[in-house]
Design a protein. Sequence first.
Length: 83
Amino acid sequence: MIMDKEVAKELIDLVKQGSYLLDNSVAVARQKSSEAEAEEYAVAVASALAEILVEVLNPLYRSHPDLAPEGYAVPRRPQPPGA
């Protein structure tokens, strides 16, 4: 993905900031929406955060394992079926 370590670090930091904001938005939904609406929103946010981890952060961590959080086992790149 991004081979320049400094650029990767900056991107990881920005993505983490965005993820933090998304995560915090769930609390707003829980406070200001119906329970059903908040739950639907929370599920959508969880799905988005999972996608960000799989498609954005993990590839960056694979390229730069030293930038991964301490103790985080970076998953190997998924293999296509039959590979």
